[in-house]
Design a binder for this molecule. Structure first.
Ligand code: MSP
Length: 501
C-alpha cells in the first residue's frame, strides 16, 4: 500500500451559496480521506473556491457588494459548510490568493516556453454558467446550454490558444496504459472516443474583462478561468518546488461531477503534459442529484441547503443519506421522505436500537460493565470470524465504491441484530446461564466497537457516540476483546438516532 494519499474536490464557484451538489462532492472526498487515515495513510485532502471569471463578477454586481467583499463572504460560507459537515480537509485553496496566482503564472510560463501557446482570434458560443465555449451541435435548439438551459453568447475575441490538439496521441496513450484513470469504467469510453475523434486547440485567454490571472506574456489578457482553476491542485500543495508537492504529487484521486469531466480528464492532463508535470492517477466521476424528481434549480426553488439539512436532521444523518444513495457514476434523486425512512430503518433501528439494547442488558445483568471472556466454542468463533473479516470493506473503500463499503458495515450490524435475537442473552441471565449471556454481550460489544470504526468515515460524530455509549473509546482497528472488556457503559439510556416523522 502507498503511504500517502492525495485527493481533491473541485474548487467551487462562489457565485452562489453552497448547495447539495457541493456538499455531496465534499462528503465523498471526506469519506475517502477519513477511511484512508484510518488505514494509516498520510492523507492530503484539498478543497477550495474558484473565484475568478465572468460569472463571479456578474454575481457580485448583482449583489451590490464590492467584489473583494463579495468573494470573501462567499468563500467564508464554503468554509462554514465544511465545518458544519465535518469535512476534514487539509487545505482550503482560494484562487484569488497571491500564492495561487504565482503558481498559475509559473505553470503557464512552462507551457509557453514549451512552444504550446500561440496568438489568434476566437469566435464562438459561450456559456457564462459553464465558463466554456460550445459547438452549435451540443446546444439545445442550437442556442441554449445543456447544463444551465440558459442562452449562450456569441463572442469574438483576440485570444491565445493552447495546442491541445498536439496532445491527442499522448492522451490516448495515457488512457490505454491506465485503463483505471477514469472511474467508473462506464465514463472511460465516452472520453476516450471523444479524444480519438480529434481535439481542437483551446482558447485560454480573455480580453473582455480583467477579473483573473494576468497572462504573463500579454497583459491585455487574463487567463481563461478553467486553466487558472485547474492549477489549484498544485497551488493547494504550495506550488511545485515545495516539500508538500514532493510528498503528495500526483493526486491519487480527483473527485468531480460528471459535468466537468472533460476539463479534468482531457484539458488538465494535456496542460500537465505540456508543463512536464506527471499526471493524476485517477479521476472519480459522480452523477448529479435531482430533487424530488426535478433538476435542482433556483428557478424551481428546490435547492437543497446543506446548512438547513444539518440543522434540521444533523450533519451525520445528511452525510449518511447522501452516501447511502451515492450511485457513483449515475444520478440519484433526493427525497426527504426517503431520508427520514432510511434514518429510521438503518440508523435508528438497525444500529441505534442495538446499541441501546446492549447497554440496557449490561446495566441490568452485568453491573454496567462489558464482561471479559477468553473462551469461545466453535459456533461462536465462527460468528466472530464473520464480523472480523473486513476485507470487503477495505477493498470497496480502496476502489472508491464507498456506497458498497457502507452497505457492508450495515449488513454486519444486521448480523449482530440477528445473533442477539437468536441467542436471547436475557433468557440466559434469567435461567442462570450467566456465562453464556455474558459471552453473547462481550461478542456483540467488541463487534459494535470494531464496526463503529468502519462507520467513522461516514458518520464521524455518531460513530464516536456509539463508542461513548459502550464506554470504550479505543480506536484500534483490530478485533480484540481486550479493547472493550471491562469498559463501563453509560448508565442512562441515550437515544443515538432519533426517529424522524
Ligand atoms: N469551479 C468549477 C470546478 C473547477 S475545478 C478546477 C465548478 N464549480 S461548481 O461549483 O459549479 O461545481 C462543483 C461541483 O459540484 C462539481 O463537481 C459539480 O458536478 C457538483 N454539482 C453541482 N450541482 C450538482 C448536483 N445537482 N448534484 C451533484 N453534484 C453537482 O464546476
Amino acid at each position: 500500500m502507498n503511504k500517502t494519499l492525495y485527493l481533491t474536490t473541485p474548487i467551487y464557484y462562489i457565485n452562489g451559496s453552497p448547495h447539495l451538489g457541493h456538499a455531496y462532492t465534499s462528503i465523498i472526498a471526506d469519506v475517502i480521506a477519513r477511511a484512508h487515515r484510518l488505514f494509516g495513510k498520510d492523507v492530503f485532502f484539498l478543497t477550495g473556491t474558484d473565484e475568478h471569471g465572468q460569472k463571479i463578477v456578474e454575481a457580485a454586481q448583482k449583489s451590490g457588494s464590492p467584489l473583494a467583499h463579495f468573494i470573501d463572504a462567499r468563500a467564508q460560507e464554503f468554509k462554514e459548510m465544511n465545518t458544519l459537515l465535518n469535512i476534514s480537509n487539509s487545505n482550503f485553496i482560494r484562487t484569488s490568493s497571491d500564492l495561487h496566482k504565482k503558481v498559475v503564472t509559473e505553470i503557464i510560463t512552462s507551457i509557453y516556453s514549451n512552444g504550446d501557446i500561440y496568438a489568434g482570434t476566437y469566435r464562438g458560443l459561450y456559456c457564462v454558467g459553464c465558463e466554456a465555449y460550445y459547438s452549435k451541435d451540443d446546444l439545445i435548439d442550437g442556442n441554449r446550454c445543456p447544463t444551465h438551459q440558459q442562452e449562450v453568447r456569441e463572442l469574438e475575441e483576440d485570444t491565445y490558444f493552447f495546442k491541445l490538439g498536439k496532445y491527442q496521441d499522448k492522451l490516448l496513450e495515457y488512457y490505454e496504459k491506465n485503463p483505471n484513470f477514469i472511474l467508473p469504467q462506464t465514463r472511460f469510453s465516452e472520453i476516450y472516443n471523444r479524444v480519438k475523434a480529434g481535439l481542437d486547440d483551446l482558447s485560454i485567454t480573455r480580453t473582455s474583462f480583467d477579473w483573473g490571472v494576468r497572462f504573463p506574456f500579454d497583459h491585455k489578457h487574463v487567463l481563461y478561468v478553467w486553466v487558472d482553476a485547474l492549477c489549484n491542485y498544485i497551488s493547494g500543495l504550495d506550488g511545485i518546488k515545495t516539500s508538500t508537492f514532493a510528498r503528495f504529487w500526483p493526486p491519487d484521486v480527483q473527485i468531480i461531477g460528471k459535468d466537468i469531466s472533460w476539463f479534468h480528464t482531457v484539458i488538465w492532463p494535456a496542460l500537465l503534459l505540456s508543463a512536464g508535470i506527471s499526471l493524476p492517477k485517477q479521476v472519480l466521476i459522480h452523477g448529479w442529484w435531482t430533487v424530488e424528481g426535478d433538476k435542482m434549480s433556483k428557478t424551481l426553488g428546490n435547492v437543497i441547503d446543506p446548512f438547513e439539512m444539518s440543522r434540521e436532521y444533523g450533519s451525520d444523518v445528511f452525510r449518511f443519506y447522501l452516501m447511502y444513495n451515492a450511485h457513483m457514476g449515475s444520478d440519484s434523486n433526493f427525497s426527504l421522505a426517503e431520508l427520514k425512512q432510511q434514518n429510521n430503518a438503518v440508523l435508528a433501528n438497525n444500529i441505534g436500537n442495538l446499541v441501546s439494547r446492549v447497554v440496557t442488558l449490561l446495566n441490568q445483568y452485568c453491573n454496567g460493565t462489558i464482561p471479559m471472556i477468553t473462551e469461545f466454542d466453535p459456533e461462536e468463533k465462527k460468528f466472530i470470524e464473520i464480523i472480523k473479516d473486513n476485507k470487503k470493506y477495505v477493498d470497496e473503500i480502496s476502489s472508491y465504491t464507498i456506497r458498497n463499503a457502507l452497505f457492508d458495515v450495515i449488513e454486519k450490524f444486521a448480523e449482530l441484530n440477528k445473533y442477539i435475537t437468536d441467542r436471547k442473552p436475557w433468557d440466559d441471565f434469567k435461567h442462570s446461564n450467566k456465562s453464556r449471556g455474558e459471552k453473547t454481550l462481550a461478542m456483540i460489544c467488541e463487534s459494535i466497537r470494531f464496526l463503529s470504526l468502519q462507520l467513522d468515515p461516514f458518520i464521524p460524530i455518531k460513530a464516536q457516540e456509539i463508542r461513548k455509549s459502550l464506554g470504550t473509546m479505543n480506536i484500534n482497528l483490530d478485533f480484540d476483546f481486550k479493547y472493550s472488556a471491562g469498559s463501563k457503559v453509560l448508565a442512562e439510556k441515550r437515544i443515538l438516532f432519533a426517529k424522524l416523522e
